[in-house]
Design a protein around this ligand. Structure first.
Ligand code: ZN
Length: 291
Protein backbone atom coordinates (compact mmCIF):
# COMPACT_ATOMS: atom_id res chain seq x y z
CA UNK A 1 0.00 0.00 0.00
CA UNK A 2 1.80 3.13 -1.21
CA UNK A 3 5.31 2.96 0.23
CA UNK A 4 4.32 0.56 3.01
CA UNK A 5 4.40 -3.23 2.66
CA UNK A 6 2.36 -5.34 5.05
CA UNK A 7 2.76 -9.10 5.30
CA UNK A 8 0.90 -11.53 7.51
CA UNK A 9 3.23 -13.93 9.30
CA UNK A 10 1.20 -16.89 10.49
CA UNK A 11 1.71 -18.84 13.66
CA UNK A 12 -1.42 -20.96 13.32
CA UNK A 13 -4.78 -21.04 11.57
CA UNK A 14 -7.17 -23.44 13.26
CA UNK A 15 -10.67 -23.97 14.52
CA UNK A 16 -10.87 -21.78 17.60
CA UNK A 17 -13.56 -21.40 20.21
CA UNK A 18 -17.19 -22.24 19.58
CA UNK A 19 -19.10 -19.10 18.68
CA UNK A 20 -21.34 -19.14 21.74
CA UNK A 21 -18.34 -19.56 24.05
CA UNK A 22 -16.32 -16.77 22.44
CA UNK A 23 -19.31 -14.41 22.34
CA UNK A 24 -21.53 -14.91 25.40
CA UNK A 25 -25.16 -14.11 24.55
CA UNK A 26 -24.72 -14.24 20.76
CA UNK A 27 -27.80 -14.93 18.61
CA UNK A 28 -26.35 -17.29 16.00
CA UNK A 29 -29.04 -16.28 13.47
CA UNK A 30 -26.81 -13.32 12.62
CA UNK A 31 -24.55 -15.74 10.71
CA UNK A 32 -27.44 -16.58 8.39
CA UNK A 33 -28.43 -12.96 7.88
CA UNK A 34 -25.02 -11.99 6.48
CA UNK A 35 -23.68 -14.57 3.99
CA UNK A 36 -20.11 -13.16 4.15
CA UNK A 37 -19.89 -14.53 7.70
CA UNK A 38 -20.27 -18.16 6.56
CA UNK A 39 -16.61 -18.23 5.53
CA UNK A 40 -15.47 -17.44 9.04
CA UNK A 41 -16.65 -20.50 10.96
CA UNK A 42 -16.76 -24.25 10.56
CA UNK A 43 -20.39 -25.23 10.05
CA UNK A 44 -19.95 -28.75 11.39
CA UNK A 45 -18.43 -27.86 14.76
CA UNK A 46 -19.65 -24.27 15.15
CA UNK A 47 -16.07 -23.19 15.90
CA UNK A 48 -14.75 -19.93 14.45
CA UNK A 49 -11.76 -19.96 12.13
CA UNK A 50 -9.09 -18.44 14.26
CA UNK A 51 -5.79 -17.13 13.03
CA UNK A 52 -2.91 -16.14 15.25
CA UNK A 53 -0.42 -14.05 13.32
CA UNK A 54 1.91 -11.08 13.34
CA UNK A 55 1.62 -8.21 10.90
CA UNK A 56 5.03 -7.35 9.45
CA UNK A 57 5.02 -3.67 8.47
CA UNK A 58 7.91 -2.53 6.27
CA UNK A 59 8.18 1.24 5.92
CA UNK A 60 10.95 3.83 5.91
CA UNK A 61 13.55 1.06 5.72
CA UNK A 62 12.32 -0.42 9.00
CA UNK A 63 11.07 -3.96 9.64
CA UNK A 64 8.34 -3.68 12.26
CA UNK A 65 6.66 -6.75 13.72
CA UNK A 66 3.28 -6.10 15.33
CA UNK A 67 2.33 -8.66 18.00
CA UNK A 68 4.24 -11.89 18.40
CA UNK A 69 1.66 -14.67 18.77
CA UNK A 70 1.95 -17.42 21.41
CA UNK A 71 5.52 -18.71 21.12
CA UNK A 72 7.04 -22.17 21.26
CA UNK A 73 7.76 -24.35 24.26
CA UNK A 74 5.80 -22.33 26.80
CA UNK A 75 4.03 -24.18 29.62
CA UNK A 76 0.36 -23.13 29.54
CA UNK A 77 -1.33 -26.10 31.23
CA UNK A 78 -4.41 -24.16 32.27
CA UNK A 79 -7.97 -24.98 31.19
CA UNK A 80 -8.55 -21.97 28.94
CA UNK A 81 -4.99 -22.07 27.61
CA UNK A 82 -4.65 -25.67 26.40
CA UNK A 83 -4.32 -24.55 22.79
CA UNK A 84 -1.20 -22.54 23.71
CA UNK A 85 0.56 -25.25 25.74
CA UNK A 86 4.08 -26.34 24.71
CA UNK A 87 3.63 -25.35 21.08
CA UNK A 88 6.06 -26.31 18.37
CA UNK A 89 4.91 -24.21 15.41
CA UNK A 90 6.93 -22.89 12.44
CA UNK A 91 6.46 -19.18 13.15
CA UNK A 92 10.14 -18.30 12.68
CA UNK A 93 10.23 -20.37 9.49
CA UNK A 94 7.21 -18.43 8.24
CA UNK A 95 8.99 -15.17 9.04
CA UNK A 96 11.93 -16.55 7.05
CA UNK A 97 9.69 -16.89 4.01
CA UNK A 98 9.49 -13.07 3.91
CA UNK A 99 13.27 -13.02 3.41
CA UNK A 100 13.93 -11.78 6.93
CA UNK A 101 15.69 -13.34 9.89
CA UNK A 102 14.94 -12.60 13.53
CA UNK A 103 18.05 -10.39 13.56
CA UNK A 104 16.53 -8.17 10.85
CA UNK A 105 13.56 -7.00 12.93
CA UNK A 106 14.05 -3.39 14.05
CA UNK A 107 10.91 -2.85 16.13
CA UNK A 108 8.56 -5.27 17.89
CA UNK A 109 5.33 -3.59 18.92
CA UNK A 110 2.88 -5.39 21.22
CA UNK A 111 -0.65 -3.95 21.15
CA UNK A 112 -1.35 -5.52 24.53
CA UNK A 113 0.30 -8.13 26.73
CA UNK A 114 -2.05 -11.11 26.45
CA UNK A 115 -0.77 -14.64 25.90
CA UNK A 116 -1.28 -14.71 22.11
CA UNK A 117 0.37 -11.32 21.44
CA UNK A 118 3.75 -11.58 23.20
CA UNK A 119 4.85 -15.23 22.93
CA UNK A 120 7.62 -14.85 20.36
CA UNK A 121 9.13 -11.92 22.25
CA UNK A 122 11.33 -14.59 23.81
CA UNK A 123 12.76 -17.99 22.97
CA UNK A 124 14.25 -20.70 25.14
CA UNK A 125 18.02 -20.80 25.59
CA UNK A 126 19.08 -23.45 28.11
CA UNK A 127 16.97 -22.78 31.17
CA UNK A 128 16.35 -19.11 30.37
CA UNK A 129 14.01 -17.07 28.17
CA UNK A 130 15.99 -14.67 26.00
CA UNK A 131 14.87 -11.99 23.51
CA UNK A 132 14.02 -13.66 20.20
CA UNK A 133 14.67 -10.48 18.20
CA UNK A 134 18.09 -9.44 19.53
CA UNK A 135 18.47 -6.26 17.46
CA UNK A 136 14.95 -4.93 17.98
CA UNK A 137 13.57 -2.28 20.24
CA UNK A 138 10.47 -3.71 21.87
CA UNK A 139 7.67 -1.16 22.18
CA UNK A 140 4.96 -1.60 24.80
CA UNK A 141 2.24 0.73 26.06
CA UNK A 142 3.44 2.32 29.27
CA UNK A 143 0.01 1.92 30.88
CA UNK A 144 -0.45 -1.62 29.53
CA UNK A 145 2.83 -2.68 31.16
CA UNK A 146 1.77 -1.05 34.43
CA UNK A 147 -1.61 -2.81 34.19
CA UNK A 148 0.21 -6.17 34.40
CA UNK A 149 3.00 -5.26 36.81
CA UNK A 150 1.34 -2.97 39.34
CA UNK A 151 -2.30 -2.75 38.25
CA UNK A 152 -5.40 -4.90 38.04
CA UNK A 153 -4.33 -7.24 35.23
CA UNK A 154 -3.21 -10.18 37.38
CA UNK A 155 -6.41 -10.07 39.43
CA UNK A 156 -8.70 -9.87 36.37
CA UNK A 157 -6.79 -12.46 34.33
CA UNK A 158 -4.54 -14.55 36.63
CA UNK A 159 -3.71 -17.05 33.87
CA UNK A 160 -1.74 -14.31 32.10
CA UNK A 161 0.77 -13.77 34.92
CA UNK A 162 3.11 -16.54 33.75
CA UNK A 163 3.03 -14.96 30.30
CA UNK A 164 4.34 -11.67 31.66
CA UNK A 165 7.11 -13.55 33.46
CA UNK A 166 8.41 -15.55 30.50
CA UNK A 167 7.57 -13.32 27.53
CA UNK A 168 7.62 -9.71 28.76
CA UNK A 169 9.95 -9.28 31.73
CA UNK A 170 13.00 -10.89 30.04
CA UNK A 171 13.03 -8.22 27.30
CA UNK A 172 12.55 -5.48 29.89
CA UNK A 173 15.46 -6.86 31.91
CA UNK A 174 17.58 -6.98 28.72
CA UNK A 175 17.06 -3.22 28.37
CA UNK A 176 15.35 -3.54 25.00
CA UNK A 177 11.99 -1.91 25.82
CA UNK A 178 10.67 1.56 24.98
CA UNK A 179 7.33 2.62 26.41
CA UNK A 180 4.78 4.64 24.45
CA UNK A 181 1.60 6.52 25.26
CA UNK A 182 -1.58 7.39 23.36
CA UNK A 183 -0.65 9.55 20.32
CA UNK A 184 3.04 8.58 20.11
CA UNK A 185 4.62 7.42 16.85
CA UNK A 186 6.60 4.16 16.90
CA UNK A 187 8.01 5.09 13.46
CA UNK A 188 7.27 7.96 11.05
CA UNK A 189 3.55 7.89 10.21
CA UNK A 190 2.75 4.98 12.53
CA UNK A 191 0.82 6.27 15.53
CA UNK A 192 -0.47 4.38 18.53
CA UNK A 193 -3.88 5.18 19.91
CA UNK A 194 -5.58 4.16 23.14
CA UNK A 195 -8.18 1.44 22.53
CA UNK A 196 -9.51 0.55 25.98
CA UNK A 197 -11.76 -2.44 26.61
CA UNK A 198 -10.21 -5.78 25.72
CA UNK A 199 -7.59 -4.64 28.16
CA UNK A 200 -8.18 -1.20 29.72
CA UNK A 201 -4.81 -0.04 28.36
CA UNK A 202 -4.66 -1.70 24.92
CA UNK A 203 -3.22 0.25 21.95
CA UNK A 204 -3.99 0.10 18.25
CA UNK A 205 -1.67 1.23 15.43
CA UNK A 206 -2.86 3.68 12.79
CA UNK A 207 -1.39 4.82 9.50
CA UNK A 208 -3.39 7.73 8.13
CA UNK A 209 -1.79 8.55 4.77
CA UNK A 210 -4.44 8.89 2.02
CA UNK A 211 -4.31 5.88 -0.31
CA UNK A 212 -2.47 3.71 2.20
CA UNK A 213 -4.47 4.16 5.36
CA UNK A 214 -4.70 1.14 7.62
CA UNK A 215 -5.32 0.26 11.22
CA UNK A 216 -3.90 -2.71 13.09
CA UNK A 217 -6.78 -3.19 15.45
CA UNK A 218 -5.32 -5.34 18.24
CA UNK A 219 -8.16 -7.27 19.88
CA UNK A 220 -10.82 -4.55 19.56
CA UNK A 221 -12.48 -7.00 17.21
CA UNK A 222 -11.95 -10.78 17.14
CA UNK A 223 -14.27 -11.90 14.35
CA UNK A 224 -16.10 -10.29 11.41
CA UNK A 225 -19.46 -10.94 13.08
CA UNK A 226 -18.64 -8.00 15.36
CA UNK A 227 -18.73 -5.63 12.38
CA UNK A 228 -22.44 -6.45 12.17
CA UNK A 229 -22.93 -6.57 15.95
CA UNK A 230 -20.47 -4.07 17.46
CA UNK A 231 -21.99 -4.54 20.93
CA UNK A 232 -20.80 -8.16 20.97
CA UNK A 233 -17.79 -8.57 23.27
CA UNK A 234 -15.55 -11.61 23.44
CA UNK A 235 -15.36 -13.53 26.70
CA UNK A 236 -11.80 -12.21 27.03
CA UNK A 237 -12.70 -8.51 27.05
CA UNK A 238 -11.73 -7.13 30.45
CA UNK A 239 -13.85 -3.96 30.46
CA UNK A 240 -17.19 -4.62 28.78
CA UNK A 241 -18.59 -1.13 28.19
CA UNK A 242 -15.40 0.54 26.95
CA UNK A 243 -14.76 -2.45 24.66
CA UNK A 244 -18.05 -1.65 22.90
CA UNK A 245 -17.34 2.08 22.66
CA UNK A 246 -13.85 1.45 21.28
CA UNK A 247 -15.12 -1.09 18.72
CA UNK A 248 -17.72 1.36 17.40
CA UNK A 249 -15.08 4.11 17.12
CA UNK A 250 -12.80 1.73 15.21
CA UNK A 251 -15.58 0.82 12.77
CA UNK A 252 -16.49 4.51 12.33
CA UNK A 253 -12.86 5.29 11.56
CA UNK A 254 -12.55 2.50 8.98
CA UNK A 255 -15.85 3.41 7.31
CA UNK A 256 -15.11 7.16 7.24
CA UNK A 257 -11.50 6.96 6.00
CA UNK A 258 -11.48 3.72 3.98
CA UNK A 259 -8.64 2.48 6.19
CA UNK A 260 -7.87 -1.20 5.72
CA UNK A 261 -8.80 -3.14 8.85
CA UNK A 262 -5.99 -5.49 9.91
CA UNK A 263 -7.19 -7.54 12.89
CA UNK A 264 -5.20 -10.17 14.76
CA UNK A 265 -7.54 -13.19 14.60
CA UNK A 266 -9.83 -13.09 11.54
CA UNK A 267 -9.76 -16.22 9.37
CA UNK A 268 -8.91 -15.98 5.65
CA UNK A 269 -8.55 -13.52 3.99
CA UNK A 270 -7.63 -12.00 7.37
CA UNK A 271 -8.28 -8.33 6.51
CA UNK A 272 -10.94 -6.17 4.92
CA UNK A 273 -12.79 -2.92 4.69
CA UNK A 274 -15.78 -1.60 6.59
CA UNK A 275 -18.70 0.06 4.84
CA UNK A 276 -21.53 1.98 6.37
CA UNK A 277 -25.03 0.64 5.82
CA UNK A 278 -28.40 2.07 6.75
CA UNK A 279 -28.44 0.35 10.10
CA UNK A 280 -24.75 -0.10 10.90
CA UNK A 281 -21.73 -1.56 9.17
CA UNK A 282 -20.88 -4.24 6.64
CA UNK A 283 -17.63 -6.13 6.07
CA UNK A 284 -15.91 -6.48 2.71
CA UNK A 285 -13.36 -9.19 3.20
CA UNK A 286 -10.06 -9.03 1.36
CA UNK A 287 -7.24 -6.56 1.07
CA UNK A 288 -8.28 -4.85 -2.17
CA UNK A 289 -6.82 -1.41 -2.77
CA UNK A 290 -9.09 1.47 -1.79
CA UNK A 291 -11.45 2.73 -4.49
ZN1 ZN B 1 -5.69 -12.07 20.92
Amino acid sequence: MGDVTITRVEEVLEKGFRREMLFPGIDLAIYDEHPVLRDFYDAESGQVWSSIHSWLVQANGLNILVDTCSGNGKARALPRFQRFHMLNLPFMENLGRTGLKAEDIDIVFCTHLHIDHVGWNTRREGDRWVPAFPNARYVFGRREFAHWTEGEGPRIFPENVAVIEDSVLPVVEAGLVDFVDDGDEIAPGLRVEAAPGHTPTQLILKHDRPGSAFVISADCIHQPVQVYAPHLNSCFCEDQESARTTRRALLDHCADTGALLLPMHFGPPHAGRVKRTGSGFAFESGAAAPA
